[in-house]
Write a protein of this length. Sequence first.
Length: 79
Amino acid sequence: VFATQRELSIYVVTIVAIFPLCLYKNLDSLKHTSVIGLVITALSCAYVFGDVVWNASEYQAVSTLRDNFWYMKLDMFKA
């Protein structure tokens, strides 16, 4: 039930995780957790980049990059 109803999931995460953080007067206690989160994000990006580089021939990364490097849909800027 939790994963099937998006609104319920958003409310529960907001009440359980975000609301208590809003009650802090000083967020200095979260600085270590923030640094850990940044390090994990950087390691995840490095892993994905490394996986593409090491398996470039399998993923056909060079030809995909060459074909789509300047690809942009110009109609996405229409109002």
